[in-house]
Design a protein around this ligand. Structure first.
Ligand SMILES: *[C@@H]1O[C@H](CO)[C@@H](O)[C@H](O)[C@H]1NC(C)=O
Ligand SMILES: *[C@@H]1O[C@H](CO)[C@@H](O)[C@H](O)[C@H]1NC(C)=O
Length: 570
């Protein structure tokens, strides 16, 4: 009897809950405006200084810097002018065929991504013209079937917020709120985890939304900077709340993964299971989640300590497992950020590292160097320097002077002592090419190395593209602002020259499909993504600027190089 009664009550409670759920789920989208996590209050902490105390420069130094800065600006102006005349309001200009591409929603990705660069480069008239055109961008319609929420957040919301922070122009804040509200609709799921690919049309028809059981870690975890800044400038905590829920859930499972401290590259947002799969990296597919931990800590003036805790725990694991020192001909003491696979064998977890480097992973140098300053950790600063030097080294090693998208190198046995051994490198090349040792002759290996155009130290280059990416110059820039080391200016200039010379078209600059070619000009893909103007040229410009221009002690860059104002102590 008692148990039936209990069950009946149970059903009643269940029914009420279900009815409430359905009611709220269908009533309206505004239900998500219950703000459960409030913005932190209190005085921002005085965090350690990040930038080097630069001495007064000589006239000669200033002149040299100004000439280089001018070259970077010239490259930007050329591309911007072509975009303005040939592809205005489109996402991208195709830099050879002078057509348009609209893969990012058709909301003028290049225009929006370039706003703060225009401001920073002092192109006030162009900036005004671009801001005036924003009223013509409508986030009610789109050119794409499914909106990439991550890309829209970092490029569009990030672009508007930074341009607003720099200029104070309210039209930019209006656009930020518009795109912020659109993104927020993708969080309208039962567990408040966002859809990372969002179908605008289905949402307009109020189709129920459920987060995906397989999403990329970076696409789930890269909202905190933009959403927090948007909540701060509007005073509406709903965005902060939305991103904080993800961070809280990730933190709960951080120590339960197969590599405690890090999260797998692919996670289950539907069931909120973030600790099951086996592959871990700071690179592609995970990257900006890690990057945003120390940056959101800085953005919030240290008022939310969990960002620091999560970052430090993640870096402990990453430093121990994902990075390797490659064996290189000049015995340079550099690091490359790779991948780790965790396997359960006889009840023990075994870690196997893949010695693959990626251009995308070059951001790690800047992140660790900045985190090292922010959290007073010399080890992190040193790792950041070595990772950045690894990227500089890899650029230099290529005949074009540009790093490929991905590559393999031979890890040293020891990180402290590692002498070049040509025979071991050749064996590793043959091994990577899956040539059985008994078939490996000196002729065969020489032919393979020459056919694959492998510079000494590289054992394979599976992806020879260069997409006009920023991550290497990003880290060089950050490390320069932190250390003031002038050889970093030289590296930046070498990189810029190599990139601009090889990628320049009549109108603009194009991505390359092969940076390993030696005889002819590298082949081009006729693509110029918006980050070339939004990030790559901005970092090149800033490294040759006065260090007070967008100081790292006042701003923090989102993963698309859009600077947001940090909360600073009064
Ligand atoms: C906005 O669109 C209208 C109609 O197409 C056009 O006349 C106007 O010049 C546009 N404004 C800007 C600033 O591009
Ligand atoms: C610095 O970082 C390393 C590696 O993550 C860690 O082992 C060490 O405890 C940290 N040192 C301090 C002073 O926090």
């Amino acid at each position: 009897m008692a148990s039936i009664l209990f069950r009946r009550q149970y059903y009643v409670i269940f029914g009420v809950v279900a009815v409430l759920f359905l009611l709220f789920h269908n009533v309206d989208r505004d239900r998500l405006s219950w703000p459960d996590v409030a913005l932190p209050t209190g005085n921002p902490l005085p965090l350690p200084r990040i930038q080097h105390q630069f001495p007064v420069e000589s006239d000669a130094e200033r002149n040299e810097r100004a000439i280089k800065q001018r070259s970077v600006k010239d490259a930007f102006v050329r591309c911007w002018t072509s975009y303005r005349s040939r592809a205005w309001m489109s996402d991208e200009l195709t830099p050879i065929s002078a057509q348009t591409r609209n893969h990012f929603g058709g909301w003028g990705a290049t225009l929006v991504d370039s706003l703060d660069t225009l401001w920073i480069m002092g192109m006030k008239d162009e900036f005004d013209h671009a801001v005036a055109a924003l009223s013509n961008i409508s986030f009610d319609t789109t050119t794409v079937k499914s909106v990439n929420i991550f890309e829209t957040n970092i490029r569009f919301l990030g672009g508007f917020l930074a341009a607003f922070d720099l200029s104070g122009d309210d039209r930019l804040l209006e656009k930020a709120v518009e795109v912020g509200n659109m993104l927020y609709a993708a969080f309208d799921t039962p567990n408040r985890m966002p859809l990372t690919r969002w179908n605008m049309r289905a949402a307009a028809h109020r189709k129920p939304q459920i987060a995906d059981p397989a999403v990329l870690l970076a696409e789930l975890g890269t909202f905190s900077l933009e959403f927090t800044r948007l909540s701060i400038v509007t005073g509406d905590p709903k965005w902060f709340d939305a991103s904080q829920r993800i961070i809280d859930a990730l933190q709960e499972q951080q120590q339960h993964t197969l590599l405690p401290g890090m999260w797998p590259m692919v996670v289950d947002a539907k069931n909120m299971v973030f600790d099951k799969l086996h592959d871990f990296t700071l690179g592609s597919m995970s990257d900006s989640l890690y990057e945003y931990l120390p940056k959101t800590y800085a953005l919030l003036g240290g008022l939310v300590p969990k960002y620091r805790d999560m970052y430090e725990a993640a870096m402990d694991a990453a430093i121990r497992h994902t990075m390797f020192r490659p064996m290189v001909p000049d015995n340079a003491d550099i690091l490359v950020s790779g991948l780790v696979t965790a396997k359960q064998e006889d009840g023990k977890t075994v870690y196997r590292r893949r010695s693959e480097g990626q251009h995308l992973a070059c951001y790690t140098g800047g992140m660790l160097a900045m985190g090292g300053k922010l959290f007073n950790n010399q080890t992190h600063l040193e790792k950041g320097e070595k990772l950045t030097n690894g990227c500089i080294w890899t650029y230099k090693a290529m005949p074009t002077g540009i790093m490929p998208e991905t590559f393999f190198m031979l890890p040293c046995q020891s990180t402290t002592h590692c002498m070049w051994d040509e025979a071991r490198w050749i064996d590793a090349v043959m091994d990577r090419a899956e040539v059985p040792p008994e078939e490996a002759t000196p002729e065969k290996s020489a032919a393979l190395i020459s056919h694959k155009r492998l510079p000494k130290g590289f054992t394979a280059i599976p992806d020879t593209n260069y997409h006009l990416r920023p991550e290497a110059i990003e880290s060089v820039f950050i490390l320069y602002r932190i250390t003031g080391r002038s050889n970093l200016l030289d590296s930046a200039w070498d990189m810029f020259r190599a990139i601009d010379t090889n990628t320049r078209t009549e109108l603009a600059n194009s991505a390359l499909s092969d940076v390993t070619v030696t005889e002819e000009r590298p082949p081009m893909t006729d693509i110029m993504e918006s980050f070339w103007l939004g990030e790559t040229l901005k970092y090149f410009y800033l490294i040759f600027s006065e260090p007070s221009l967008i100081s790292l002690d006042e701003y923090v860059f989102n993963t698309e190089a859009h600077p947001f104002k940090r909360l600073l102590p009064a």
